[in-house]
Structures are given as C-alpha cells and as structure tokens.
Design a protein around this ligand. Structure first.
Ligand code: SF4
Length: 412
C-alpha cells in the first residue's frame, strides 16, 4: 500500500513537471495568440488545481497553529484568490491577508486633491483610468472635476501624453503617474522621450512607490511585531513587480524576518504552487525566496528597466501611503537633471491633509487588520459604482474583489 501511494505520488509529480515543462517551452516559442491561450490552459487545469489543493491540505496537516497566515502583496493576486475561490478551497488551512498591493488603493487623498487642483488650474490632466474614480476630500474625484468641465483625460499608455502635448502647444499637459515598479519604467521613458523631443509643455506628478519598503514597513509595524494583531507567516511575492526587480530584493525579508516568500504568477495553479512551496518551507523551517513564476521572473529582474528608472528617478525621503502612513524611502521623485518635467516643482501646488470618509476602514484593510466585509458600509453605502474609499475603486482593490465575487454571500 505504502509503495503504491509513493508510486502514484511520483507519477503525479512527474506529470505536473512534464506538463509545466511542455507548456513553458511552448510559451517561449513564437506562437499565434490562439496557441498561446491553449498553452496557458494548464495553469487553469481543474485536475491540477484539485491535486494541488489535496497536496497542500495533506502537507499542512502536520503544521501547528493552522491556518497558515499568508499575505499576498499584489492586487491581481487578491483578485484571483477571491474570484477563483482559492481561499474557500483552502479554508481552515490557509488564511489569506490582502496587503497594500493595489496601486490605486494606497494613493492618499492629498495626492488626489493635488491632481484635482491641477486640473482646476487649467492644465490638461492625464492619468490611468482607475485614478479618475478615487475619492479625494469630500469624496470629490477627478471624474467629478471632468463632469464640471475641466480637461481630465484617461490614458491607456502614458506615452499618449506626448501627442496630447504636441497637439496643444499653448496648454500645459500633466501626467499624474501612479504605480509600483511595474509602471515606473514607462514613466521614465515618457520623461526621456519628452526631453529628447524638446517638449516644454509636459510634466509629471510622480506618485510611484516601491514594494520592498512597504513590505519592510508592514513587518516592522507594531501590529505585526509586538501586538500580534496581524499574524503573517509568509508572503506571496508580487508577480508583475518581480519581473522588473527580480527575486533578489526579497532575500532580505527571509534573512531578517525568517518568513518564506514565494513569487507567484496569476493563474490558480500558479497561486496554489506558491502556497505549496510556502507550506513545505514552513514544515522544514528552510526559509527562502522561491520563484514559482519562472516563466516571467528571474533573480536579477529587468536590467534595462531598472537602468531607465535609476536614470530618471531617485528615492524620496518619505511618502504618505493611504492606510500605512508615512514610510521613509518608499517612493520616487524626479531627479534634478529632469526637474523641468517635474509638475510638483513647476506648479508648486500645496494641499493640506484631509480626513478619510467616516466609516471607511480602508486603512485597516490595507494593513491586514480587518477584512472588507468587516466594514459596515460594504455593499450598501459603498459599491464599485459609488465608492466611499479607494479599496472599492479598482478591480485590484480588496473591497472591490469581495463585492464582485462574494456580494451574494456577505451583503447585509
Ligand atoms: S467597503 Fe468601502 S468604505 Fe468600507 S473599507 Fe472598503 S472602500 Fe472603505
């Protein structure tokens, strides 16, 4: 019996290995879009999902203090976990805590107010779609400013602002840049391109934030370190961010805080493979950074993108995050060499700090202290169409994901 089980298990592992190998080789070849979709199917394969769930449960059985508390640090991971019901499949074994990995959610009200004031000052204010709906003070958003007639434009690519600036030589064009390491290289390219073309009526408000500083801040926070209010046993590392920064920056967290980190892709099999890697590390107490997204991430990351960012940006001494407060060296600013493209210097607009909407617990949700469904406004007053806080705006926000995929279960 014992031999049979081991034999079966080996066959199971080999079949997983060969199907991954086959699909990864296929993905690296030049494929037509339809073939690529076919190749990706393995990462959503129901049999694999079922087998991985069983394996995780079996291996986690021996762990004391179950469920294991795993923080995901990427809005897209939050979305997949909730949408695919991975948290429900692993109930009592793994508890997911959704960290501040949604770029729109961590944007503080003051920065939204700054964008609104710029738009009202007469510039053409350009930004990515979700930012338009983030409430600033008194729940006034860029979308409201647009409705009042101010020139606010939604972009898919920040380089579109070059054309807008060229077509409107008598107006100032401001790109309100947000995001983690994934989108920062695009903004760097925009500034370099504008300089190369000698465009003078284009500038950028830089709100780009950096992931490792926020992870460190969370692990050092009193709630995690001293009070034990938030238990974090391990991290699922963000996939998109890691394509740029590589796996190396996470090594510090493993050494300093003795927590497993597994970098994950965005399909159910990716997430479950990362959870299995975490459970095995916890069992053996052999903590490391495990790259479970090897088809996109390597140790060093994207050197070209890193060079672009380093050329144009430098670290800010401090930056305020929504929910987390002021974190030292957690965001970027435009270097002096490119200050002509720095909208904060060009327009010198100051905004004062403002109160979060009454009843909104976005800050506690972003710190992993509370779940979206703990909020009394969830689903009744606050919905994706009528967001009270930033976590309900973007599909990457935890409140938004719970509303879209769990509303029937949790609505009050
Ligand atoms: S449900 Fe709405 S009001 Fe409540 S925490 Fe989430 S975003 Fe804020």
């Amino acid at each position: 019996m014992r031999f049979k089980l081991t034999h079966k298990y080996l066959l199971f592992r080999l079949s997983i290995f060969f199907s991954f190998l086959k699909q990864t080789v296929k993905l690296k070849q030049k494929l037509r879009p339809s073939q690529k979709m076919e190749a990706f199917k393995v990462f959503r394969d129901a049999t694999l999902v079922e087998a991985l769930v069983k394996r995780i449960k079996k291996e986690a059985e021996d762990l004391p203090n179950r469920p294991v508390h795993v923080m995901d640090f990427c809005g897209s991971h939050t979305q997949v976990i909730v949408k695919e019901g991975i948290d429900q499949l692993l109930e009592n074994y793994i508890k997911f805590i959704h960290g501040p990995g949604c770029p729109v959610c961590v944007l503080p009200q003051e920065r939204v107010d700054l964008a609104i004031q710029l738009a009202k000052s007469g510039v053409i204010l350009c930004t990515y779609g979700d930012v338009l709906r983030v409430p600033g003070s008194n729940r006034f958003s860029l979308l409201h400013a647009k409705a009042e007639g101010y020139d606010v434009r939604m972009l898919y690519l920040c380089l579109e602002t070059i054309k807008i600036a060229q077509e409107n030589p008598n107006k100032e064009v401001v790109f309100f840049a947000i995001g983690f390491e994934t989108t920062t290289p695009h903004t760097a390219s925009l500034i370099l391109k504008a300089k190369e073309l000698g465009i003078k009526n284009l500038s950028v408000v830089c709100n780009h934030v950096v992931t490792p500083a926020a992870v460190q801040h969370i692990l050092n926070s009193p709630e995690v370190r001293e009070y034990g209010k938030v238990r974090i046993d391990a991290f699922i590392g963000p996939g998109h961010v890691s394509t740029i920064i590589g796996t190396k920056p996470y090594e510090y967290f493993v050494e300093e805080f003795r927590k497993p980190v597994a970098i994950s892709g965005f399909e159910p099999v990716d997430i479950l493979s990362s959870i299995l890697a975490i459970v095995r590390q916890l069992k053996t107490r052999n903590y490391k950074v495990e790259n479970c997204y090897q088809r996109a991430v390597d140790k060093e990351g994207n050197k070209k993108a890193q060079e672009l960012v380093a050329q144009v940006f430098e670290l800010r001494k401090s930056f305020k995050w929504r929910g987390l407060g002021v974190i030292p060296y957690s965001a970027l600013k435009i270097r002096k060499e490119y200050e002509d493209y720095d909208a904060e210097k060009k327009f010198q607009i100051k905004v004062s700090s403002s109160q979060e909407p009454k009843g909104c617990i976005c800050g506690a949700v972003l710190r992993g202290l509370r779940a979206p469904t703990d909020c009394t406004l969830f689903g009744n007053v606050c919905t994706p169409e009528n967001p009270m806080g930033s976590c309900m705006v973007s599909p990457e926000g935890a409140c938004n994901a719970y509303f879209r995929y769990r509303y029937g279960v949790y609505a009050v």
